[in-house]
Design a protein around this ligand. Structure first.
Ligand SMILES: [Zn+2]
Length: 479
């Protein structure tokens, strides 16, 4: 180890100077020439154990003291750090001269150079967490979840236990019950209108408080889920994520935990098994029974369908004009993906119900469709909705043979999709091409970034200044 040899050299030099000896004097004492000793002190040569033993006894220290891996003082620590940083790939790629830490280099100058090096290293590391890395981590996580049939039984158990402790046994989980759950965990829910703009909720672990946006905002389901997600971080013992993969995994787990509280496993499974027995499974009924959003119910259905209903499924949320926002399949449906396996932002076939549903004039009820694809025939139930800025469709589907368990199986809607074959729906009609090719100039719409790189700050995506000022303000106000 080059750096260990450097530390050893620095320690020998440190103890030699403390003992008031010159290189010559120590050299004489141990029987080597001063130049030899100098090479050792500079970390360029490793001393034999016999020599090390004589050096130790001449300096009145022990061998283990010499071999300690700690830099003997701040100056030595900086010198070792500088050596290491200048040998890094990052620095050598700049083709700049190496600075020698000679006596002429003051401590301040050394501190400044090492500080700049470290900041450069930190920024380089941060910029490696590109959207590319984020997408790769996301794709890997999706593969893991497909492997597990989108089911995390340990989280279900934790969620169900917590809900049970409040005595809640039927119907939708109320705000009051969510607050009670927080109390059981030692937290109080506080609604405020000045949360940092970059945070959805903030937890003050010192004072046991979870700050949430005002209770009066539209879409109360969102609020219960947000509170549950904040609690999930504590229940699951999350620590600060260091990589985008960890960040995404925690996001997935808190979302799962919140959904598992809002739709506890045993009651959800009983509800869905009963619907299956009656051949009348419908996401809208599941949604209404538990008072959640359609998307939450659809996703929750995929958590439980394979293990508890014996059904392989797929889920798609497609934003109109923006492609896939979220997707999952363990039933063989080939969700379009880019070369890296990433599905977000990909355009689905025009014949798929996820897009056909946008063309309907009456969007008040569920849309059902059978679709023949190269990978088999699938049945889907699709609902459209309007978000803050976008129009979207939520589809849940199964292979043809399993449509019999669902409401809407008797639909006459049927499409044939040969995608990814370009002739399916990507190539425009010949006459239109002739008329318009060369005469069209659209201005493209910028897509919202589905994933952004790991932001700086103590927590991903949150401004520390804003966050800490917020906590300070509230901790002092209501205590
Ligand atoms: Zn197509």
């Amino acid at each position: 180890m080059a750096s260990d040899m450097m530390i050893l050299g620095k320690r020998i030099k440190h103890f030699r100077i403390s003992a008031g000896m010159t290189l010559e004097q120590l050299g004489d004492a141990v029987g080597v020439v001063p130049s030899q000793l100098s090479l050792i002190e500079n970390g360029k040569r490793e001393p034999k154990l016999s020599l090390l033993t004589s050096i130790a006894s001449s300096l009145s220290v022990t061998v283990p003291e010499l071999l300690s891996t700690e830099a003997p003082d701040r100056r030595s620590e900086l010198e070792i750090e500088l050596e290491r940083l200048q040998q890094s790939e990052l620095y050598t790629s700049l083709n700049l001269p190496a600075v020698r830490s000679t006596k002429g280099l003051t401590d301040d100058a050394l501190e400044a150079i090492v500080g700049l090096h470290k900041e450069m290293e930190r920024r380089a590391r941060q910029s490696i967490a590109t959207p590319e890395e984020a997408r790769r981590a996301n794709t890997e996580l999706q593969a893991v979840m497909r492997e597990k049939n989108n089911y995390l039984p340990e989280l279900d158990q934790l969620a169900e236990d917590l809900v049970k402790r409040t005595g809640h046994e039927s119907g939708a989980l109320m705000h009051r019950t969510v607050a009670e759950m927080a109390n059981l965990l030692g937290f109080e829910l506080i609604f405020v209108d000045d949360l940092p703009s970059s945070a959805r909720s903030v937890t003050d672990t010192a004072n046991g408080r979870i700050y949430l946006p005002p209770a009066s905002i539209p879409g109360g389901h969102g609020l219960r889920a947000m509170a549950l997600q904040a609690m999930a971080h504590r229940v699951l013992g999350h620590e600060k994520p260091h990589t985008y993969a960890e960040f995404l995994k925690q996001r997935l787990e808190i979302n799962y935990f919140a959904a598992a509280c809002l739709m506890p496993r045993s009651r959800s499974v009983a509800f869905l098994q009963n619907a299956k027995k009656e051949r009348n499974i419908a996401i809208e009924d599941f949604r209404d029974a538990f008072g959640v959003t359609h998307e939450a119910a659809a996703l929750r259905f995929t958590n439980l369908a394979t293990e508890h209903l014996g059904l392989r499924t797929h889920f798609l949320r497609v934003n109109q004009g923006e492609g896939i926002f979220r997707g999952y399949a363990n039933d063989g449906l080939r969700i379009p993906a880019d070369a890296n396996g990433s599905i977000e932002g990909q355009v689905v076939c025009r014949k798929w119900p996820a897009r056909v549903a946008f063309e309907r004039t009456n969007r008040t009820n569920e849309f059902y469709q059978y679709t023949d694809t190269p990978g088999g025939t699938f049945w889907d139930s699709t609902q459209t909705g309007t978000g803050e800025k976008e129009v979207f469709s939520i589809s849940v589907g199964v292979p043809f043979d399993d449509a019999k368990w669902f409401r809407g199986r008797d639909t006459d809607n049927r499409e044939v999709s040969t995608c990814p074959n370009e002739a399916c729906c990507k190539i425009p009609a010949e006459d239109l091409t002739q008329r318009w090719a060369g005469n069209a100039w659209p201005s493209a719409r910028m897509h919202a970034h589905v994933l952004s790189p790991l932001p700086s700050g103590t927590f991903p995506g949150v401004d520390d200044n804003e966050l800490f000022a917020f906590l300070e303000r509230h901790a002092n106000a209501g205590a």
